[in-house]
Design a protein around this ligand. Structure first.
Ligand code: AMP
Ligand code: GLY
Length: 429
């Protein structure tokens, strides 16, 4: 199989790394890729928003399977463009991608099919939204969640402890802070509990969850500081006990599949369900229509099946035939970021110790790296690397991942030191 992976982050490196182990993968391209991906695939200089150019490349190079990493090209309709050319592509089409691209669309889908989620209302003007917020606090709410409707690179959500901050955020949305993404806002009841991520493969006929995982969204230890794209992940998430997993399958995934079928959505890809779990009851916080990053780094470290074959079967509507094999060994991935992230940060810092980390047994996924003029690998983004490892226990996986992290350095780099600690604590309860 000739395979094209679209994207350039840690998620795409993990996907390429896993595809490379497939006996069916004859050649792997990644567009545009990064300095680390270049060691595992041939990088192609096409950006993720150049949909026609990407499809031209796939046709010219007789690509058998294209895997789309990020949400933006999915919401822009890359799958529609590829399908029109008769190309096999992993991901939902433009209409189905609204499940991530519009929080209002996703909420209406959940309500229509009875998927458990937070109570919410959508507004197209600030004054009605603020009136709703004030009423919720007047009726005793402890907090409220304001979400810009469209894609806002993870910045369009505020969990507000009081009416003033919620109303200020509403003003920001309608004031154009998130561009057209803020033209509508969804205001939600604040849920409490523990979060977990379920990435489920779905081909429109069958839905199968991958192993559970958990991200760490805040930038600093003990979940302090602002939200980021994700500072590290572990799998499995112990909060997803067998009983909880059963409820997720029955109350969320199977209902989701029924909804996809009833709406006649073209969904052959992965649905990433962000969950809040409280006393064993799972509720949906959000849908994403692509693999979570860094969640997929930890999840794929545990995948022992044939990834290329599995994803190809999804594109053919034959997921039921796939053999998903998982290791029982937990996995952890720790993100190393540039100083200042998620705010302003410097780029172009030379990275050392990558070989030493690999010698310690870690697999280092590159998220934001590039080559400089002297062919050094340098930092080129906020999240720079994901250092991943497996272990016989979560404690051992944590130890192994941090043994790799210790070897790596670049000017200003930092990482959280408590990735996985929550899982380890859970298991010791
Ligand atoms: P979203 O992009 O919708 O997942 O929101 C980003 C983050 O905001 C989630 O991972 C949660 O930490 C938080 N969040 C979103 N919705 C809620 C909610 N209804 N209650 C509490 N926290 C939420
Ligand atoms: N880790 C969260 C995300 O991929 O959106």
């Amino acid at each position: 199989m000739k395979i094209l992976v679209v994207g350039s982050g840690g998620r795409e490196h993990a996907i390429v790394w896993c595809l490379k182990q497939s006996r069916q993968a004859e050649k792997i391209y990644c567009a545009p890729g990064n300095a680390g991906i270049a060691a595992d695939a041939e990088c192609v200089n096409i950006n993720v928003d150049e949909l026609e150019k990407m499809a031209d490349f796939a046709v010219e190079n007789k690509i058998d399977l294209t895997v789309v990493g990020p949400e933006a090209p999915l919401c822009d309709g890359i799958v529609d463009v590829f399908k029109a050319r008769g190309l096999a592509v992993f991901g939902p089409d433009k209409e189905a991608a609204q499940l991530e691209g519009s929080k209002d669309y996703a909420k209406r889908f959940m309500v229509k099919y009875g998927i458990p989620t937070a109570k919410a209302a959508t507004f197209e003007c600030a004054c009605k939204a603020k009136e709703y917020i004030n009423n919720e606090f007047a009726s005793g709410a402890d907090g409220i969640v304001v979400k810009a409707d469209g894609l806002a690179a993870g910045k369009g959500v505020l969990v507000a402890p009081d009416a003033k901050s919620a109303c200020d955020f509403v003003d920001g949305c309608f004031g154009g802070e998130f561009g057209s993404a803020g033209a509508k806002v969804v205001i939600e009841e604040m849920l409490v509990g523990e979060e977990a991520s379920i990435l489920a493969l779905c081909d429109g006929n069958t839905i199968i969850p991958m192993v559970s995982s958990q991200d760490h969204k805040r930038v600093f230890d003990n979940d302090e500081g602002p939200n980021t794209g994700g500072m590290g992940a572990y799998s499995p998430a112990p909060v997803v006990t067998d009983e909880v997993a059963e409820r997720i399958d029955k109350e969320i995934l199977q209902v989701f599949l029924k909804g996809v079928q009833s709406e006649k959505l073209n969904f052959r890809g992965v649905i990433f369900v962000g969950l809040m779990i409280s006393n064993g009851v799972p509720k949906v916080l959000e849908f994403n229509v692509r693999f979570g990053d860094p969640e997929i780094q930890a999840v794929l470290r545990r995948f022992d099946g044939d990834f290329a074959e599995t994803l190809k079967l999804v594109t053919e509507g034959r997921l039921a035939e796939a053999d998903l094999i998982w290791s029982d060994d937990p996995a952890v991935s720790v993100v190393i970021a540039s100083g200042g992230y998620p705010g302003k940060y410097a780029k172009g810092k030379v990275i050392s110790g990558l070989d030493k980390a690999a010698a310690k047994g870690a697999v280092v996924f590159h998220a934001g790296t590039a080559f400089d003029a002297d062919k050094n690998i340098v930092s080129a983004g906020g999240r720079v690397l994901g250092v991943s490892a497996r272990g016989k226990s979560i404690d051992e996986a944590i130890k192994n991942a941090y043994a790799g992290v210790k070897e790596i350095h670049f000017d200003g780099c930092f990482n959280r030191s408590d990735i996985g600690a929550k899982a380890a604590k859970w298991l010791k309860k």
